[in-house]
Design a protein around this ligand. Structure first.
Ligand code: TNX
Length: 513
Protein backbone atom coordinates (compact mmCIF):
# COMPACT_ATOMS: atom_id res chain seq x y z
CA UNK A 1 0.00 0.00 0.00
CA UNK A 2 1.37 3.37 -0.96
CA UNK A 3 0.14 5.54 1.86
CA UNK A 4 -0.76 3.13 4.62
CA UNK A 5 -4.37 4.16 5.14
CA UNK A 6 -7.08 4.22 2.56
CA UNK A 7 -10.76 4.92 2.52
CA UNK A 8 -12.44 1.94 0.85
CA UNK A 9 -15.99 3.18 0.85
CA UNK A 10 -17.91 6.20 1.93
CA UNK A 11 -18.88 9.67 0.85
CA UNK A 12 -16.58 10.43 -2.07
CA UNK A 13 -18.03 8.02 -4.54
CA UNK A 14 -15.89 8.38 -7.60
CA UNK A 15 -12.57 8.62 -5.82
CA UNK A 16 -13.40 5.56 -3.70
CA UNK A 17 -14.57 3.66 -6.75
CA UNK A 18 -11.32 4.30 -8.56
CA UNK A 19 -9.29 3.14 -5.58
CA UNK A 20 -11.28 -0.04 -5.18
CA UNK A 21 -10.92 -0.78 -8.85
CA UNK A 22 -7.16 -0.44 -8.65
CA UNK A 23 -7.09 -2.70 -5.58
CA UNK A 24 -9.05 -5.32 -7.38
CA UNK A 25 -6.68 -5.10 -10.31
CA UNK A 26 -3.88 -5.68 -7.82
CA UNK A 27 -5.68 -8.68 -6.31
CA UNK A 28 -6.08 -10.16 -9.74
CA UNK A 29 -2.39 -9.71 -10.48
CA UNK A 30 -1.22 -11.00 -7.13
CA UNK A 31 -3.47 -14.04 -7.22
CA UNK A 32 -1.28 -15.38 -9.94
CA UNK A 33 1.86 -15.14 -7.77
CA UNK A 34 3.25 -17.87 -5.56
CA UNK A 35 3.05 -15.81 -2.37
CA UNK A 36 -0.72 -15.36 -2.68
CA UNK A 37 -2.79 -12.23 -2.37
CA UNK A 38 -1.76 -9.50 -0.02
CA UNK A 39 -4.33 -9.82 2.77
CA UNK A 40 -4.57 -6.05 2.98
CA UNK A 41 -6.31 -6.17 -0.34
CA UNK A 42 -9.08 -8.45 0.90
CA UNK A 43 -11.06 -5.47 2.17
CA UNK A 44 -11.96 -4.79 -1.43
CA UNK A 45 -13.53 -8.22 -1.76
CA UNK A 46 -16.44 -7.95 0.64
CA UNK A 47 -20.00 -8.59 -0.60
CA UNK A 48 -22.22 -6.80 0.18
CA UNK A 49 -19.98 -3.76 0.11
CA UNK A 50 -19.64 -2.23 3.60
CA UNK A 51 -20.58 1.33 4.45
CA UNK A 52 -16.99 2.19 5.24
CA UNK A 53 -13.70 0.33 5.35
CA UNK A 54 -10.34 1.80 6.20
CA UNK A 55 -7.31 -0.44 5.75
CA UNK A 56 -4.03 0.24 7.50
CA UNK A 57 -0.61 -1.18 6.78
CA UNK A 58 -0.31 -4.05 9.26
CA UNK A 59 -1.60 -7.59 9.47
CA UNK A 60 -2.87 -9.89 12.17
CA UNK A 61 -2.83 -13.67 11.94
CA UNK A 62 -5.69 -15.63 13.48
CA UNK A 63 -4.37 -18.97 14.69
CA UNK A 64 -7.78 -20.48 14.49
CA UNK A 65 -10.27 -18.65 12.35
CA UNK A 66 -12.98 -21.17 13.23
CA UNK A 67 -14.64 -18.51 15.44
CA UNK A 68 -15.86 -16.77 12.31
CA UNK A 69 -17.85 -19.85 11.29
CA UNK A 70 -19.46 -21.11 14.50
CA UNK A 71 -22.80 -20.46 16.15
CA UNK A 72 -23.70 -18.82 18.37
CA UNK A 73 -21.37 -16.00 17.46
CA UNK A 74 -18.75 -15.44 20.10
CA UNK A 75 -19.53 -18.71 21.92
CA UNK A 76 -15.94 -19.56 22.79
CA UNK A 77 -13.30 -17.27 21.43
CA UNK A 78 -10.55 -18.29 23.85
CA UNK A 79 -7.17 -18.21 22.22
CA UNK A 80 -8.55 -17.17 18.84
CA UNK A 81 -7.48 -13.55 18.95
CA UNK A 82 -11.08 -12.49 18.16
CA UNK A 83 -13.44 -10.87 20.63
CA UNK A 84 -17.15 -10.22 20.16
CA UNK A 85 -18.46 -7.32 22.22
CA UNK A 86 -22.06 -6.22 22.66
CA UNK A 87 -22.05 -2.46 23.22
CA UNK A 88 -24.53 0.32 22.48
CA UNK A 89 -23.78 2.48 19.44
CA UNK A 90 -26.69 4.52 18.16
CA UNK A 91 -24.98 5.12 14.81
CA UNK A 92 -25.00 1.42 13.90
CA UNK A 93 -28.75 0.71 14.09
CA UNK A 94 -30.27 -2.69 14.89
CA UNK A 95 -28.02 -4.71 12.59
CA UNK A 96 -24.78 -2.76 12.26
CA UNK A 97 -21.31 -3.63 13.55
CA UNK A 98 -17.80 -2.32 13.78
CA UNK A 99 -14.93 -4.66 12.99
CA UNK A 100 -11.49 -3.57 14.10
CA UNK A 101 -8.29 -5.43 13.26
CA UNK A 102 -5.11 -4.35 15.01
CA UNK A 103 -1.69 -5.95 15.14
CA UNK A 104 -2.78 -7.76 18.32
CA UNK A 105 -6.28 -8.98 17.51
CA UNK A 106 -9.73 -8.64 16.02
CA UNK A 107 -12.68 -7.04 17.74
CA UNK A 108 -16.25 -7.22 16.48
CA UNK A 109 -18.46 -4.75 18.32
CA UNK A 110 -22.19 -4.29 17.82
CA UNK A 111 -25.27 -3.12 19.69
CA UNK A 112 -27.15 -6.37 18.94
CA UNK A 113 -26.40 -10.08 18.44
CA UNK A 114 -27.46 -9.66 14.80
CA UNK A 115 -24.78 -7.03 14.36
CA UNK A 116 -22.17 -9.35 15.85
CA UNK A 117 -23.30 -12.05 13.43
CA UNK A 118 -22.92 -9.76 10.42
CA UNK A 119 -19.50 -8.71 11.70
CA UNK A 120 -18.55 -12.39 11.77
CA UNK A 121 -19.76 -12.81 8.17
CA UNK A 122 -17.53 -9.93 7.13
CA UNK A 123 -14.59 -11.43 9.02
CA UNK A 124 -15.18 -14.66 7.10
CA UNK A 125 -14.80 -12.80 3.84
CA UNK A 126 -11.60 -11.11 5.03
CA UNK A 127 -10.01 -14.49 5.65
CA UNK A 128 -8.17 -16.34 2.90
CA UNK A 129 -10.26 -18.64 0.71
CA UNK A 130 -8.37 -21.58 2.22
CA UNK A 131 -9.92 -20.74 5.61
CA UNK A 132 -13.37 -20.77 4.00
CA UNK A 133 -12.63 -24.19 2.53
CA UNK A 134 -11.42 -25.54 5.88
CA UNK A 135 -14.03 -23.61 7.91
CA UNK A 136 -11.16 -22.55 10.14
CA UNK A 137 -7.40 -22.73 10.35
CA UNK A 138 -4.83 -19.98 10.17
CA UNK A 139 -5.89 -16.73 8.60
CA UNK A 140 -3.98 -13.52 8.01
CA UNK A 141 -6.07 -10.36 7.80
CA UNK A 142 -5.16 -6.74 7.23
CA UNK A 143 -5.41 -4.23 10.05
CA UNK A 144 -8.09 -1.62 9.73
CA UNK A 145 -11.63 -0.68 10.66
CA UNK A 146 -14.95 -1.51 9.01
CA UNK A 147 -18.16 0.22 10.08
CA UNK A 148 -21.22 -1.19 8.47
CA UNK A 149 -25.02 -1.33 8.62
CA UNK A 150 -27.78 -2.15 6.12
CA UNK A 151 -29.75 0.20 3.92
CA UNK A 152 -32.89 -1.94 4.21
CA UNK A 153 -34.26 -3.92 7.13
CA UNK A 154 -35.94 -6.41 4.75
CA UNK A 155 -33.38 -8.32 2.69
CA UNK A 156 -34.75 -11.53 1.38
CA UNK A 157 -35.21 -14.34 -1.05
CA UNK A 158 -38.27 -16.42 -1.83
CA UNK A 159 -38.02 -20.13 -2.54
CA UNK A 160 -40.88 -21.87 -4.32
CA UNK A 161 -41.01 -25.34 -2.76
CA UNK A 162 -44.43 -25.96 -4.32
CA UNK A 163 -43.61 -26.36 -8.03
CA UNK A 164 -40.74 -28.61 -7.03
CA UNK A 165 -40.23 -29.77 -3.49
CA UNK A 166 -36.90 -29.19 -1.74
CA UNK A 167 -35.72 -31.09 1.32
CA UNK A 168 -35.12 -29.66 4.78
CA UNK A 169 -31.38 -30.01 4.14
CA UNK A 170 -31.63 -28.06 0.88
CA UNK A 171 -33.47 -25.28 2.66
CA UNK A 172 -30.90 -25.22 5.47
CA UNK A 173 -28.12 -24.95 2.93
CA UNK A 174 -29.95 -22.03 1.34
CA UNK A 175 -30.33 -20.39 4.75
CA UNK A 176 -26.56 -20.64 5.26
CA UNK A 177 -25.96 -19.05 1.88
CA UNK A 178 -28.41 -16.23 2.59
CA UNK A 179 -26.75 -15.56 5.94
CA UNK A 180 -23.34 -15.27 4.32
CA UNK A 181 -24.63 -12.35 2.28
CA UNK A 182 -26.34 -10.76 5.30
CA UNK A 183 -29.84 -11.50 4.05
CA UNK A 184 -32.43 -11.73 6.83
CA UNK A 185 -35.71 -12.92 5.26
CA UNK A 186 -36.61 -16.27 3.70
CA UNK A 187 -40.09 -16.37 2.18
CA UNK A 188 -41.18 -19.97 1.62
CA UNK A 189 -43.83 -20.38 -1.08
CA UNK A 190 -45.51 -23.39 0.52
CA UNK A 191 -48.48 -24.03 -1.73
CA UNK A 192 -49.48 -23.73 -5.34
CA UNK A 193 -51.46 -25.59 -7.99
CA UNK A 194 -48.85 -28.33 -8.17
CA UNK A 195 -48.39 -29.09 -4.49
CA UNK A 196 -49.19 -28.30 -0.85
CA UNK A 197 -46.01 -28.53 1.23
CA UNK A 198 -46.88 -27.91 4.88
CA UNK A 199 -48.67 -30.24 7.28
CA UNK A 200 -51.93 -28.73 8.57
CA UNK A 201 -53.21 -30.98 11.35
CA UNK A 202 -56.84 -29.84 11.10
CA UNK A 203 -56.88 -30.45 7.31
CA UNK A 204 -54.56 -33.46 6.96
CA UNK A 205 -55.29 -34.23 3.31
CA UNK A 206 -53.68 -30.92 2.26
CA UNK A 207 -50.22 -32.40 2.77
CA UNK A 208 -51.04 -36.11 2.54
CA UNK A 209 -52.88 -35.75 -0.80
CA UNK A 210 -51.98 -32.24 -2.00
CA UNK A 211 -48.31 -32.90 -1.29
CA UNK A 212 -48.04 -35.92 -3.59
CA UNK A 213 -47.47 -34.03 -6.82
CA UNK A 214 -45.04 -31.55 -8.40
CA UNK A 215 -44.23 -30.12 -11.82
CA UNK A 216 -43.25 -32.81 -14.27
CA UNK A 217 -44.84 -35.64 -12.29
CA UNK A 218 -42.24 -36.15 -9.55
CA UNK A 219 -43.23 -37.43 -6.14
CA UNK A 220 -43.45 -34.05 -4.36
CA UNK A 221 -43.35 -34.02 -0.59
CA UNK A 222 -44.19 -31.82 2.36
CA UNK A 223 -42.73 -30.59 5.64
CA UNK A 224 -44.19 -31.93 8.86
CA UNK A 225 -44.82 -29.22 11.42
CA UNK A 226 -41.79 -30.48 13.36
CA UNK A 227 -39.61 -30.17 10.24
CA UNK A 228 -40.95 -26.72 9.53
CA UNK A 229 -40.17 -25.61 13.08
CA UNK A 230 -36.68 -27.02 12.62
CA UNK A 231 -36.22 -24.83 9.52
CA UNK A 232 -37.52 -21.79 11.40
CA UNK A 233 -35.14 -22.39 14.32
CA UNK A 234 -32.19 -22.97 12.00
CA UNK A 235 -32.95 -19.69 10.26
CA UNK A 236 -33.46 -17.81 13.54
CA UNK A 237 -30.00 -18.87 14.72
CA UNK A 238 -28.71 -17.05 11.63
CA UNK A 239 -30.94 -13.99 12.17
CA UNK A 240 -33.24 -14.94 9.31
CA UNK A 241 -37.01 -14.67 9.62
CA UNK A 242 -38.97 -17.32 7.74
CA UNK A 243 -42.16 -15.98 6.16
CA UNK A 244 -44.64 -18.78 5.39
CA UNK A 245 -46.64 -18.20 2.22
CA UNK A 246 -49.76 -20.11 1.29
CA UNK A 247 -51.16 -18.86 -1.98
CA UNK A 248 -54.90 -17.91 -1.86
CA UNK A 249 -57.47 -17.78 -3.45
CA UNK A 250 -55.84 -18.73 -6.80
CA UNK A 251 -52.92 -21.13 -7.21
CA UNK A 252 -54.92 -23.59 -5.12
CA UNK A 253 -55.43 -26.66 -7.30
CA UNK A 254 -53.50 -28.95 -4.93
CA UNK A 255 -55.72 -27.86 -2.01
CA UNK A 256 -58.84 -28.34 -4.15
CA UNK A 257 -57.73 -31.86 -5.08
CA UNK A 258 -57.35 -32.63 -1.38
CA UNK A 259 -60.68 -31.04 -0.40
CA UNK A 260 -63.06 -30.68 -3.37
CA UNK A 261 -65.63 -28.89 -1.18
CA UNK A 262 -63.37 -25.82 -1.35
CA UNK A 263 -64.08 -25.68 -5.09
CA UNK A 264 -67.12 -23.90 -6.57
CA UNK A 265 -68.11 -25.83 -9.64
CA UNK A 266 -69.09 -29.11 -8.00
CA UNK A 267 -66.35 -31.00 -9.81
CA UNK A 268 -63.49 -32.90 -8.28
CA UNK A 269 -60.31 -31.21 -9.57
CA UNK A 270 -57.53 -33.47 -10.81
CA UNK A 271 -53.85 -33.12 -9.87
CA UNK A 272 -51.90 -30.66 -11.98
CA UNK A 273 -48.22 -30.98 -12.90
CA UNK A 274 -47.92 -28.41 -15.71
CA UNK A 275 -46.79 -24.78 -15.40
CA UNK A 276 -49.83 -22.71 -16.40
CA UNK A 277 -51.24 -20.24 -13.88
CA UNK A 278 -54.60 -18.62 -13.16
CA UNK A 279 -57.01 -21.54 -13.55
CA UNK A 280 -57.84 -22.45 -9.95
CA UNK A 281 -59.80 -20.67 -7.23
CA UNK A 282 -61.16 -21.31 -3.81
CA UNK A 283 -64.94 -20.84 -3.67
CA UNK A 284 -64.44 -17.68 -1.66
CA UNK A 285 -68.05 -17.17 -0.59
CA UNK A 286 -68.48 -20.57 1.01
CA UNK A 287 -68.32 -20.51 4.83
CA UNK A 288 -66.20 -23.68 4.73
CA UNK A 289 -63.55 -21.78 2.78
CA UNK A 290 -63.20 -19.11 5.45
CA UNK A 291 -63.07 -21.83 8.10
CA UNK A 292 -60.30 -23.47 6.06
CA UNK A 293 -58.39 -20.17 5.94
CA UNK A 294 -58.85 -19.62 9.68
CA UNK A 295 -57.51 -23.08 10.46
CA UNK A 296 -54.54 -22.82 8.11
CA UNK A 297 -53.60 -19.34 9.33
CA UNK A 298 -53.98 -20.39 12.97
CA UNK A 299 -51.66 -23.36 12.52
CA UNK A 300 -49.15 -21.35 10.48
CA UNK A 301 -49.18 -18.61 13.12
CA UNK A 302 -48.46 -21.16 15.82
CA UNK A 303 -45.36 -22.30 13.88
CA UNK A 304 -44.24 -18.76 13.18
CA UNK A 305 -42.38 -16.73 15.80
CA UNK A 306 -41.88 -14.00 13.18
CA UNK A 307 -44.60 -11.40 12.82
CA UNK A 308 -45.69 -12.10 9.23
CA UNK A 309 -47.87 -14.43 7.19
CA UNK A 310 -47.96 -14.23 3.40
CA UNK A 311 -51.28 -15.16 1.81
CA UNK A 312 -50.29 -14.98 -1.86
CA UNK A 313 -53.17 -13.24 -3.59
CA UNK A 314 -51.54 -13.20 -7.04
CA UNK A 315 -53.00 -14.05 -10.41
CA UNK A 316 -56.47 -14.94 -9.12
CA UNK A 317 -57.94 -14.67 -12.58
CA UNK A 318 -60.51 -17.40 -11.88
CA UNK A 319 -61.96 -15.43 -8.97
CA UNK A 320 -64.47 -12.62 -9.65
CA UNK A 321 -62.98 -9.23 -8.72
CA UNK A 322 -65.65 -8.45 -6.12
CA UNK A 323 -65.25 -11.89 -4.54
CA UNK A 324 -61.49 -11.46 -4.56
CA UNK A 325 -61.64 -8.12 -2.80
CA UNK A 326 -64.07 -9.31 -0.12
CA UNK A 327 -62.01 -12.46 0.41
CA UNK A 328 -58.71 -10.59 0.85
CA UNK A 329 -60.45 -8.25 3.29
CA UNK A 330 -61.59 -11.26 5.35
CA UNK A 331 -58.16 -12.89 5.21
CA UNK A 332 -56.53 -9.66 6.40
CA UNK A 333 -58.79 -9.77 9.48
CA UNK A 334 -58.06 -13.47 10.04
CA UNK A 335 -54.29 -12.93 9.91
CA UNK A 336 -54.56 -9.95 12.21
CA UNK A 337 -56.63 -11.92 14.70
CA UNK A 338 -53.61 -14.21 15.02
CA UNK A 339 -51.45 -11.21 15.87
CA UNK A 340 -49.61 -11.27 12.54
CA UNK A 341 -49.09 -8.82 9.71
CA UNK A 342 -50.47 -9.93 6.36
CA UNK A 343 -48.27 -9.81 3.29
CA UNK A 344 -49.64 -10.36 -0.20
CA UNK A 345 -48.54 -9.97 -3.80
CA UNK A 346 -49.39 -6.58 -5.32
CA UNK A 347 -52.84 -7.67 -6.54
CA UNK A 348 -54.09 -7.40 -2.93
CA UNK A 349 -53.80 -3.60 -3.28
CA UNK A 350 -57.17 -3.78 -5.09
CA UNK A 351 -58.80 -4.95 -1.85
CA UNK A 352 -59.30 -2.78 1.26
CA UNK A 353 -55.77 -3.23 2.62
CA UNK A 354 -54.42 -0.74 5.12
CA UNK A 355 -51.27 0.43 6.85
CA UNK A 356 -51.02 -2.80 8.84
CA UNK A 357 -50.43 -4.81 5.66
CA UNK A 358 -47.46 -5.26 3.35
CA UNK A 359 -47.74 -5.37 -0.45
CA UNK A 360 -45.12 -7.22 -2.50
CA UNK A 361 -44.55 -5.55 -5.85
CA UNK A 362 -43.66 -7.83 -8.77
CA UNK A 363 -45.00 -6.40 -12.03
CA UNK A 364 -47.37 -3.44 -11.84
CA UNK A 365 -46.07 -0.13 -10.53
CA UNK A 366 -49.68 1.07 -10.46
CA UNK A 367 -50.71 -1.61 -7.96
CA UNK A 368 -47.69 -0.86 -5.78
CA UNK A 369 -48.68 2.81 -5.75
CA UNK A 370 -52.30 1.91 -5.02
CA UNK A 371 -51.19 -0.21 -2.06
CA UNK A 372 -48.93 2.55 -0.77
CA UNK A 373 -51.76 5.09 -1.14
CA UNK A 374 -53.81 2.87 1.17
CA UNK A 375 -50.97 3.01 3.69
CA UNK A 376 -49.40 -0.37 3.04
CA UNK A 377 -45.64 -0.80 3.13
CA UNK A 378 -44.01 -2.14 -0.03
CA UNK A 379 -41.54 -4.96 -0.65
CA UNK A 380 -39.82 -4.75 -4.02
CA UNK A 381 -39.61 -7.93 -6.12
CA UNK A 382 -39.59 -6.49 -9.65
CA UNK A 383 -39.76 -9.41 -12.05
CA UNK A 384 -37.57 -7.65 -14.65
CA UNK A 385 -34.71 -7.38 -12.11
CA UNK A 386 -34.86 -9.95 -9.35
CA UNK A 387 -36.94 -12.89 -10.59
CA UNK A 388 -34.14 -15.37 -10.29
CA UNK A 389 -36.08 -17.95 -12.30
CA UNK A 390 -35.51 -15.77 -15.38
CA UNK A 391 -32.79 -16.96 -17.76
CA UNK A 392 -29.48 -15.10 -17.74
CA UNK A 393 -29.54 -14.91 -21.54
CA UNK A 394 -31.19 -16.77 -24.43
CA UNK A 395 -28.65 -19.60 -24.13
CA UNK A 396 -29.53 -20.44 -20.51
CA UNK A 397 -31.23 -23.84 -20.46
CA UNK A 398 -32.99 -23.50 -17.13
CA UNK A 399 -35.51 -20.83 -16.28
CA UNK A 400 -38.16 -18.77 -18.03
CA UNK A 401 -37.97 -15.47 -19.93
CA UNK A 402 -41.44 -13.91 -19.78
CA UNK A 403 -40.24 -10.97 -17.68
CA UNK A 404 -36.70 -10.45 -18.96
CA UNK A 405 -33.29 -11.94 -19.45
CA UNK A 406 -31.51 -11.12 -16.23
CA UNK A 407 -27.75 -11.26 -16.29
CA UNK A 408 -25.88 -10.18 -13.17
CA UNK A 409 -25.69 -6.53 -14.24
CA UNK A 410 -29.48 -6.36 -14.65
CA UNK A 411 -29.98 -7.81 -11.16
CA UNK A 412 -27.47 -5.30 -9.75
CA UNK A 413 -27.86 -1.99 -11.55
CA UNK A 414 -31.25 -0.76 -10.35
CA UNK A 415 -32.56 1.10 -7.37
CA UNK A 416 -35.50 -0.04 -5.24
CA UNK A 417 -36.84 3.48 -4.77
CA UNK A 418 -36.65 4.89 -8.30
CA UNK A 419 -38.00 1.65 -9.77
CA UNK A 420 -41.57 2.93 -9.12
CA UNK A 421 -41.12 6.71 -9.21
CA UNK A 422 -44.40 7.53 -7.44
CA UNK A 423 -43.31 5.63 -4.32
CA UNK A 424 -41.44 7.49 -1.63
CA UNK A 425 -38.31 6.09 0.00
CA UNK A 426 -40.11 5.50 3.32
CA UNK A 427 -42.78 3.35 1.69
CA UNK A 428 -40.26 0.78 0.47
CA UNK A 429 -39.10 -1.55 3.23
CA UNK A 430 -36.79 -3.76 1.22
CA UNK A 431 -36.26 -6.41 -1.41
CA UNK A 432 -37.16 -10.06 -1.92
CA UNK A 433 -35.72 -12.00 -4.87
CA UNK A 434 -37.96 -14.96 -5.77
CA UNK A 435 -36.83 -18.28 -7.16
CA UNK A 436 -39.89 -19.85 -8.78
CA UNK A 437 -39.13 -23.47 -9.50
CA UNK A 438 -41.21 -24.59 -12.47
CA UNK A 439 -37.94 -25.36 -14.31
CA UNK A 440 -35.79 -26.17 -11.29
CA UNK A 441 -35.81 -29.74 -9.96
CA UNK A 442 -32.56 -30.09 -7.98
CA UNK A 443 -30.66 -27.92 -5.55
CA UNK A 444 -27.68 -27.70 -7.91
CA UNK A 445 -30.01 -26.25 -10.54
CA UNK A 446 -31.40 -23.83 -7.96
CA UNK A 447 -27.88 -22.64 -7.13
CA UNK A 448 -27.10 -22.11 -10.79
CA UNK A 449 -29.98 -19.64 -11.08
CA UNK A 450 -29.49 -18.11 -7.63
CA UNK A 451 -25.78 -17.41 -7.86
CA UNK A 452 -24.16 -15.08 -8.43
CA UNK A 453 -27.32 -12.98 -8.89
CA UNK A 454 -28.29 -13.32 -5.25
CA UNK A 455 -24.99 -11.76 -4.19
CA UNK A 456 -25.87 -8.81 -6.42
CA UNK A 457 -29.34 -8.52 -4.90
CA UNK A 458 -27.88 -8.72 -1.39
CA UNK A 459 -25.74 -5.72 -2.17
CA UNK A 460 -28.70 -3.76 -3.57
CA UNK A 461 -30.48 -4.39 -0.28
CA UNK A 462 -27.54 -3.73 2.07
CA UNK A 463 -25.15 -1.18 0.62
CA UNK A 464 -25.61 2.59 0.34
CA UNK A 465 -26.97 3.47 -3.10
CA UNK A 466 -24.40 6.17 -3.93
CA UNK A 467 -21.55 3.70 -3.43
CA UNK A 468 -22.86 1.07 -5.81
CA UNK A 469 -21.39 0.94 -9.26
CA UNK A 470 -21.69 -2.00 -11.66
CA UNK A 471 -18.15 -1.88 -13.01
CA UNK A 472 -16.61 -1.95 -9.56
CA UNK A 473 -19.01 -4.66 -8.37
CA UNK A 474 -18.27 -6.86 -11.35
CA UNK A 475 -14.55 -6.74 -10.49
CA UNK A 476 -15.23 -7.50 -6.84
CA UNK A 477 -17.58 -10.36 -7.73
CA UNK A 478 -14.94 -11.77 -10.05
CA UNK A 479 -12.50 -11.87 -7.16
CA UNK A 480 -15.22 -13.47 -5.03
CA UNK A 481 -15.67 -16.43 -7.39
CA UNK A 482 -13.04 -18.58 -5.70
CA UNK A 483 -14.80 -17.99 -2.39
CA UNK A 484 -18.16 -19.12 -3.80
CA UNK A 485 -16.43 -22.22 -5.09
CA UNK A 486 -14.94 -22.80 -1.62
CA UNK A 487 -18.46 -22.43 -0.21
CA UNK A 488 -19.55 -25.24 -2.53
CA UNK A 489 -21.87 -23.03 -4.58
CA UNK A 490 -22.55 -24.11 -8.18
CA UNK A 491 -22.76 -20.64 -9.66
CA UNK A 492 -23.19 -19.42 -13.21
CA UNK A 493 -19.94 -18.07 -14.62
CA UNK A 494 -21.51 -15.08 -16.31
CA UNK A 495 -19.38 -13.79 -19.19
CA UNK A 496 -20.08 -10.27 -17.89
CA UNK A 497 -17.91 -10.91 -14.84
CA UNK A 498 -14.10 -10.80 -15.09
CA UNK A 499 -13.43 -14.07 -13.27
CA UNK A 500 -9.67 -14.12 -12.72
CA UNK A 501 -9.35 -17.72 -13.86
CA UNK A 502 -11.45 -17.16 -16.95
CA UNK A 503 -10.20 -19.01 -19.96
CA UNK A 504 -12.37 -19.25 -23.05
CA UNK A 505 -13.72 -22.60 -21.94
CA UNK A 506 -14.19 -21.90 -18.26
CA UNK A 507 -17.22 -19.69 -18.92
CA UNK A 508 -19.23 -22.85 -19.16
CA UNK A 509 -17.25 -24.80 -16.61
CA UNK A 510 -20.31 -25.42 -14.49
CA UNK A 511 -21.61 -28.99 -14.73
CA UNK A 512 -25.01 -27.51 -15.35
CA UNK A 513 -26.52 -26.24 -18.59
C1 TNX B 1 -45.57 -15.41 -11.82
S1 TNX B 1 -44.98 -13.65 -9.63
C2 TNX B 1 -46.04 -15.94 -10.64
C3 TNX B 1 -45.67 -17.30 -10.27
C4 TNX B 1 -44.84 -17.98 -11.32
C5 TNX B 1 -43.85 -17.02 -11.89
C6 TNX B 1 -42.93 -17.64 -12.89
C7 TNX B 1 -46.21 -14.19 -9.06
C8 TNX B 1 -46.68 -13.48 -7.91
N1 TNX B 1 -46.74 -15.23 -9.68
O1 TNX B 1 -46.81 -18.06 -9.99
O2 TNX B 1 -44.20 -19.06 -10.73
O3 TNX B 1 -44.54 -15.95 -12.49
O4 TNX B 1 -41.93 -16.77 -13.32
Amino acid sequence: MRDGTRQAAGGRRHAAGVRIRSWVAAVVVLTGCERGPDPALAYAGIIPRPVSAVVSAGTFTLNNSRVAFVLPVGADTTGSGVSFVLAPDSTLGAEGYQLTVTATGVQVKAPTPAGLFYGAQTLRQLLPVAAERAQGGKGRVATGVIRDYPRYAWRGAMLDVARHFFSVDDVKQFIDQLATYKMNVLQLHLSDDQGWRIEIVSWPRLALVGGLTEVGGGEGGFYTQAQYREIVAYAAARFITVIPEVDLPGHTNAALVAYPELNCNGKDPVPYTGIEVGFSSLCTRRPVVLQFVRDVVRELAAMTPGGYIHIGGDEASSTLPRDYEAFIDSVQAIVRAQGKVMIGWEEIAQAPVDSGTIVQHWRSGGLAVLGAAKGARIIMSPSTRVYLDMKYDPATKLGQNWANYIDVDTAYAWDPVSRVPALSAEQVIGIVAPLWTETVATWDEAEFLLFPRLAAVAEVAWSPAPDREWEEFSQRLGGHGARMTAMGIHFYRSPRIPWPDASPNSQRASPLP
